[in-house]
Design a protein around this ligand. Structure first.
Ligand code: NDP
Length: 286
């Protein structure tokens, strides 16, 4: 039976470290969060980020803009926050309404305050091994592995998914840890046999419970980035599942992350860490 990697515990350790550093050093740290429109899921995510800030002693400024806000006025707000030296991090909650060009908004954020790590400057810095903010979810996966004592150097790592916010930065981070990295995607042939090569299998495919034991080498480490809502009445009371069929894979893996309680809680913890890093030295989350 696999050991369960406890993302809830590890994420609270990280939040606690951030809280202690801010308290001990008497730092004044501020995160600006911008929410455009009233998407209920986005509102929940913003609420959770505010709560985490409160816990860590980070001041959070929330800007709630109407759904019909123009791109111009959003860019103007970002420009003001870029210039405000009391603001250490700027986060624009995605997705944005259709009249706003997401890339222009991300690019408008000063890279020194890009705590989500989505801008070209941050992604480019990661690719060449320079300082910069790293996208929170893949950075969280690295922390889960490190803090569970899992060696990455020299290991075969297969990542399913090549999105800009998970798969690609994940590949760069695993390279930085000296793993041998394969990135699989929807055009990959013989996906099961590619995945069976992995000592560490990271799944960010966005398909509920797609990965079963046929994808997993005996004794592999399995990290499930996926999150999907379930109808509890049809799923024995369960409200969430991942991209991995946990029950089927558990007996084949050496370590596995559950959903919920695996990668999910790490994302906000790493955001807190990025905001602190920004306040301390202009950014490098790892
Ligand atoms: P995307 O939909 O952007 O990317 C999915 C990737 O999977 C693509 O690269 C796609 O390939 C690939 N893919 C899709 N179908 C297949 C298939 N049948 N076989 C092989 N590859 C396939 O998703 P994200 O990266 O944004 O997110 C992935 C998952 O992680 C989702 O479940 C999401 O909810 C979750 N997530 C969780 C977070 C957290 O905090 N825990 C944060 C962010 C995401 P191609 O490029 O060829 O289309």
């Amino acid at each position: 039976m696999a050991k369960i990697i406890d993302g809830k515990k590890i994420s609270s350790e990280i939040r606690e470290e951030v809280r202690e550093t801010i308290e001990k050093q008497g730092l004044s740290v501020t995160l600006a969060v911008i929410l455009v429109g009233d998407d209920p899921a986005s509102r929940v995510y913003v609420g959770n980020k505010k709560k985490a800030c409160e816990y860590c002693g980070i001041r959070s400024l929330t800007f709630e803009l109407k759904a019909d806000t123009t791109e111009q006025s959003l860019l103007e707000l970002i420009r003001r926050l870029n210039e405000d030296s009391s603001v250490n991090g700027i986060l624009v909650q995605l997705p944005l309404p259709p009249q706003i060009h997401t890339e222009s908004v991300i690019e408008a954020i000063d890279p020194k305050k890009d705590v989500d790590g989505f801008s070209r400057a941050s992604v480019g810095a990661l690719s060449i091994g320079a300082k910069g903010f790293v996208s929170c979810t893949p950075a969280g996966v690295i922390q889960l592995l490190k803090r569970s004592g899992i060696e990455m150097e020299g290991k075969e790592c297969v990542i399913i998914g090549r999105s800009n916010i998970v798969g690609k930065p994940m590949a760069m981070l695993m390279l930085r840890e000296n793993a041998t990295v394969t990135v699989a995607h929807s055009r990959t042939k013989e996906l099961k046999s590619v995945c069976k090569r992995a000592d560490i299998l990271i799944v960010a495919v966005g398909k509920p419970r797609m990965v079963n034991h046929e994808y997993v080498k005996e004794g592999a480490v399995v990290i499930d980035v996926g999150i999907h809502r379930l109808d509890p009445s049809e799923n024995n009371g369960k409200t969430l599942c991942g991209d991995v069929d946990f029950e089927d894979v558990e007996s084949h893996a050496s370590f596995i992350t559950p959903v919920p309680g695996g990668v999910g809680p790490m994302t906000i913890a790493m955001l807190m860490k990025n905001v602190l890093e920004s306040a301390m030295e202009g950014g490098n989350a790892l």
